[in-house]
Ligand binder design. Structure first.
Ligand code: ASP
Ligand code: MG
Length: 402
């Protein structure tokens, strides 16, 4: 069996943890498997490197930033190989250049284009554990790139895909994917299985267990993932395709506090109004989420929408500047709002999930400001002060089954 094992920064944060990871990899190796290990930088190394760069030059070129940040992963893989060798197991560390993991040119946010397998296969054939730097690629100019924060997950999935691995395990400091944030929802519990699509919805809602692109890639190449803890042997959560599996009505509940509502009031009720407003925002790189338009009255209407809280000021500035052209009479906003979402592949074929969610919120006296849905998600905008109560109520209301 060929196993790809990825360990996050907290799993290799110090000497003791490095040996812990080494031992877990060696167990598989001694059972006769081929083992490819992908590592992140130790602990908070990446943050510290970014701080160092800012201190020297706040406008540092992205090329140089990538050159700097990729050193973090290189430290991890070299130390891991040394640890395994200290335990008398043959191991070799490789960076993206040595493997040849080609990516697009975009520094700081590169995507894999082609990954060679020859070198890794050669090392595996000589019965070594192969340890590869996560997070990095090489572009067509032979410069080092990075995949965006948290990108080591994507390195692991890319390697699992090209090597046709039998298993791709993502080790972290939590036991898997939970039905809700356990710090907020007291009845939250670990899921045994979740689909790629559910995972993608939850990730974009701020439940940051996996790098989003790693899940997209896993779905595309049908790589089954397991998210599990490096600190114990509990089973973890399997991320896979929905087929031949009982689709759960609701798999998870997530909150996003980083959101704000804007309303433009009294805009002209005729074709092109919405286009002009959202075009202005899009051209200024502002992502709009839930949109709600009122029924027209006396030739005008109101449009409300949400933006990321960090974009609020920028959005208000642009709207204010273009107020006349966009025929806006008044602009209001509210920052004290949060999004609450339920996600579940089963809701596609089961009507009534929305009604049930709204009933639960009604019973806990939570007012709904806006609503949006996808095939497998329902999102409502509520007052931020209500979000914890609402999350608990909705989570328990669905009594997400074992
Ligand atoms: N070390 C990188 C980061 O901190 C990549 C990763 O951890 O996945 O973002
Ligand atoms: Mg991570």
């Amino acid at each position: 069996m060929l196993i790809v094992k990825k360990f996050g920064g907290s799993s290799v944060a110090n000497k003791e943890r490095i040996f812990n990871v080494a031992k877990r990899c060696i167990e598989d190796y001694k059972a006769g498997h081929d083992v490819v290990v992908v590592l992140s930088a130790m602990g908070d190394t990446t943050d510290e490197l970014i701080a160092m760069a800012r201190d020297i030059n706040p406008n540092a070129k992205k090329r140089e930033l990538d050159m700097l940040l990729t050193t973090g992963e290189q430290v991890s893989v070299a130390l891991m190989a040394m640890a395994m060798q200290a335990l008398d197991v043959p191991a070799v560390s490789l960076n993206a250049f040595q493997v040849m993991m080609y990516s697009t040119s975009r520094h700081g946010n590169a995507r894999f284009k082609r990954v060679d397998t020859k070198r890794i296969q050669h090392e595996l054939d000589s019965r070594k554990i192969v340890i590869v730097t996560g997070f990095q690629g090489v572009n067509k100019y032979e410069d080092i790139t990075t995949l965006g924060r948290g990108g080591s997950d994507t390195t692991a999935v890319a390697l699992a895909a090209v090597l046709h691995a039998d298993k791709c395990e993502i080790y972290t400091d939590v036991e898997g994917v939970y039905t809700a944030d356990p710090r907020i929802v007291k009845n939250a519990r670990k899921l045994n299985v979740i689909t790629y699509d559910e995972m993608l919805e939850l990730a974009s809602l701020g439940a940051k267990v996996l790098h989003n692109r790693s899940v997209e890639m896993a779905k595309k190449y049908n790589v089954e993932l397991v998210v599990r803890s490096s600190l114990n042997y509990s089973e973890g959560t399997v991320v896979k395709e929905a087929s031949n599996m009982e689709k759960m009505l609701v798999t998870g509940v997530a909150a996003d506090r980083n959101t704000a509502r804007i309303s433009v009031i009294g805009v002209e009720d005729k074709p092109g109004t919405a286009f002009r407003i959202f075009d202005t925002l899009a051209k200024n790189n502002i992502n709009v989420d839930i949109i709600l338009q009122s029924v027209g009255r006396e030739g005008t209407k109101d449009i409300s929408f949400t933006v990321a809280a960090d974009d609020l000021k920028k959005a208000l500035d642009f709207l204010e500047k273009n107020k006349e052209r966009l025929t806006i009479q008044q602009i209001t906003h509210n920052e004290d709002v949060a999004k609450l979402s339920v996600v579940g592949a089963g809701m596609m074929s089961n009507p009534g999930v929305a009604a049930k969610m709204f009933e639960t919120l009604y019973n806990s006296h939570v007012n709904i400001n806006m609503i949006s849905t996808s095939e497998i998600r329902i999102t409502v905008l509520v007052a931020e002060k209500d979000i914890d109560k609402a999350m608990n109520a909705v989570h328990d209301g669905f009594a997400i089954p074992e």
